[in-house]
Ligand binder design. Structure first.
Ligand code: GLC
Length: 438
């Protein structure tokens, strides 16, 4: 019986993925929560269903962009909280095959991602603001949560769960082998067995035994759920899903063992397309945050929000290509890497893989670089990862007082200060002598 560690072996190797939030909300272009934030009724929101016609949809281009960025897996919102299905569900008419585009967008997506040799995942919302049997008045987030017209509404939540489970069964049955199933999200008493999560997970595992699942059948992403307990529940998930924050010390279970986790992060401040959100994170920062995740035994899934035409925004494409340029030369310091269990060096971060330590230099040192936490006598050789150039030891008269710390120089003269070749992140690959536990 495989557990979260065996199931996530590929995931913990690949480290970097693409999240794609796309649906009807790309038309209002005010983020994926617009229906709730603007308290739209199903009828008011339906105008976007009538209009949806993303003629520029090209999932092969999306997959190529992800691959070019060095991403190894891609997850698409098959259905978000508004209830609109990007797949041809037989359980509703509220689906992409009934819009002007008339396509099963998920089918084309999974095929395109696999053709690019990437792992494929689908996001599925446990919440459905369009379903007649989903709780409305008094719910924490429903668009009609404050609408007295719904105060005494009779709903059949079991009927909703039958529908929701049925749609999950459709996506785990009709679209081939899925690598990731990304549920979103639990809140208040809407968690765990309220979703009939045990029954749901047993069905998913029967259809897709190797699929990895996030922890949001139990959490909203704020907490970690029972996956960090000694006895995780059957639906605790295979990875924790911290959102828009990197866990300060990574994530470990109650026994102190690191658990798989993935930061989900937007490039700007919206998951779904926003026509006014230009607060894009600088590329260097995204690179450094990917390094930080890996240095804490975690993954990063970086989001893009395609527009109403089906295009990934120019700014997102530009950043993906910039990240890819760095990854093309430094990928060995990310893929298959994990934390080096020493204190964080003041100039950047370490990652490690087998007998190699990667020094990620974010801040230029004065003179030589102090490789704090590493045993100098165990260093075999050092190379700049991006170009394979030799990096020499940096001990000299200026380091005499710090004899227990090894140093590296970025140039010829150890006590000289040299500009960083790559001020986003210059990586030194440090090969340790065989037989050293690092
Ligand atoms: C939050 C947002 C949701 C988004 C998810 C991504 O749950 O509410 O819109 O899909 O984060 O992690």
């Amino acid at each position: 019986m495989s557990d979260m560690y065996t199931r996530t072996e590929w995931f913990r190797n690949d480290r970097f993925g693409m999240f794609i939030h796309w649906g009807l909300y790309a038309i209002p272009a005010r983020g994926e929560w617009v229906m709730s934030k603007e308290k739209m009724t199903v009828d008011e929101y339906r105008k976007y269903f009538e209009e949806f016609n993303p003629t520029e949809y090209n999932p092969r281009e999306w997959a190529k962009l992800a691959k070019e960025a060095g991403m190894k897996y891609v997850v698409l919102t098959a259905k978000h909280h508004d209830g609109f299905c990007l797949f041809d569900s037989k359980l509703t008419e509220y689906k992409s095959t009934n819009t002007k585009i008339g396509k099963d967008l998920v089918k084309e997506f999974v095929e395109a991602v696999r053709e690019e040799g990437l792992k494929v995942g689908l996001y599925f919302s446990l919440i459905d603001w369009s379903h007649k049997d989903y709780p409305k008045y008094g719910d924490a987030f429903h668009p009609m949560k404050d609408n007295l017209d719904y105060k005494n509404e009779e709903i059949d939540f079991d009927r909703y769960l039958k529908f929701m489970h049925g749609q999950v069964e459709e996506i785990v049955t009709n679209y081939g082998k899925l690598d990731i199933l990304w549920f979103d999200f639990s809140y208040d008493d809407m968690m765990g067995e309220k979703w009939k999560a045990t029954e749901l997970i047993k069905m998913v595992r029967e259809k897709q035994p190797d699929v990895i699942i996030d922890n949001r059948l139990e959490t909203s992403g704020e907490g970690f759920g029972s996956m960090v307990e000694e006895e995780p529940s059957i639906y605790s998930g295979d990875f924790a899903s911290p959102e828009q924050i990197i866990p300060p010390q990574g994530i470990t279970n109650v026994l102190g063992k690191p658990v798989p986790w993935e930061l989900c992060m937007t490039m700007n401040n919206n998951w779904g397309y926003s026509s006014t959100d230009f607060e894009y994170k600088p590329t260097y920062l995204i690179i450094r945050k990917l390094v930080e995740c890996v240095s804490k035994n975690g993954n990063m899934i970086l989001n893009v929000g395609p527009d109403a035409n089906g295009r990934i925004p120019y700014e997102s494409k530009k950043k993906l290509r910039e990240i890819g340029e760095w990854m093309s030369k430094n990928k060995d310091s990310i893929y298959g890497c994990s934390a080096l269990n020493v204190d964080k060096p003041e100039w950047g971060r370490y990652t490690k893989k087998d007998n190699k330590i990667y020094a990620h230099i974010f801040e230029c040192p004065i003179g030589p670089l102090a490789l704090t936490g590493i045993r100098g006598k165990d260093i075999k050789l050092m190379r700049r990862l991006a170009d394979g150039s030799e990096v020499k030891r940096g001990e000299s008269w200026v380091t005499a007082a710090y004899e227990d710390i090894p140093f590296a120089t970025l140039g010829e003269i150890p006590h000289f200060t040299y500009k960083l070749p790559d001020d986003r992140d210059t990586v030194i690959e440090i090969t340790m002598k065989e037989g050293n536990d690092i």
